[in-house]
Write a protein that binds this ligand. Structure first.
Ligand SMILES: O=C(O)CCC(=O)C(=O)O
Length: 292
């Protein structure tokens, strides 16, 4: 893990404000986890998922690979080994995703970390790197890709294979508190969606990124969960020298402060507004509200 100076970030009092009183902490999530999540924008929960849930999500991934959605991507460069596949928003047609997303331990973890008894499911996102995939997941934060505004949110990144530090998810500690938002880059070639946009800046250079905070490297096993904020800067290496598959699914949840927003680019996932206007709650069966 590299160590670089921690930036003196601006504390935003509205960041992670609890939606409601949530005084009981479920077993998997301790007060220390919640404090780490708020401070770092990233926390690893070890051994919190039952084996049958991990197996079921993995079965869902196999179904997803056989029958990708129209929104799936393949980022594998021509003439290179491995394969980098992603897809999202398949939870209605793949019951293993829907069951995991809407009941049991995942929404409970999301609710505990966000401090709400009514987490709203946003979508799932599967990213599979087969052995020998050269393409990294480039540095980015997720929030600008989405057509929503709001600071109470969490992605639960679920590994389905052992993920050693050499290929593990990297998160920049505390980057969710930076008062900066970056124009999304395309995963295929790391090029920006647009050249400029009000309220957003082009993605920083590697050198500048290193000055933004420590890099947390999340080596994990199946059963673990990495929880990170939509504004946390993160990346993951390719798997060129890794002999195994690297399958993960991120289940994304939002709190009650989140509202629909239009972006100056096609969002990812490319949800249509379907009657939602800027400032509206995501009150729509595409984004189910869960009662814990
Ligand atoms: O696992 C990866 O390669 C990246 C995951 C990611 O970017 C996400 O879940 O938002």
């Amino acid at each position: 893990m590299k160590h670089v100076k921690t930036i003196d970030t601006i504390f935003r009092s509205d960041l992670h404000e609890s939606d409601t009183e949530y005084d009981e902490t479920m077993d998997a999530v301790t007060a220390a986890h919640i404090a780490t999540y708020k401070a770092d924008g990233c926390v690893v929960l070890r051994g919190v998922l039952p084996t049958d849930l991990v197996h079921s999500i993995a079965q869902g991934v196999e179904k997803n690979l056989v029958a990708p959605s129209e929104w799936s991507n393949d980022y594998t460069p021509k003439d290179s080994g491995g394969r980098f596949f992603d897809d999202y928003v398949s939870w209605k047609r793949i019951p293993e995703y829907g069951d995991a997303a809407l009941g049991g331990v995942l929404p409970a973890i999301a609710g505990a970390l966000m401090g709400t008894r009514t987490p709203r499911f946003f979508h799932e996102h599967v990213l599979v790197k087969e052995p020998g995939t050269s393409t990294p997941t480039p540095w980015h934060h997720d929030d600008p890709y989405y057509g929503i505004e709001g600071l109470n949110n969490v992605s639960l990144w679920i590994p389905l294979d052992p993920i050693p530090s050499s290929i593990a998810l990297r998160c920049i500690r505390g980057s969710h508190r930076l008062p900066r938002r970056f124009i999304p880059n395309r995963f295929i070639d790391d090029s920006p969606y647009v050249a400029d946009a009000h309220g957003f800046e082009l993605f920083p250079s590697e050198e500048e990124l290193e000055s933004l905070g420590d890099t947390i490297v999340c080596d994990v096993e199946p059963g673990d969960v990495v929880a990170f904020h939509f504004r946390t800067l993160h990346s993951a290496p390719g798997t060129t020298a890794h002999p195994l598959r690297r399958r993960i699914v991120s289940f994304r949840y939002v709190g009650n402060d989140v509202r629909w927003a239009t972006r100056p680019w096609k969002t990812s996932p490319p949800f249509e507004s379907l009657g939602l206007n800027d400032g509206d709650e995501l009150d729509n069966d595409r984004f189910p509200l869960i009662a814990l």
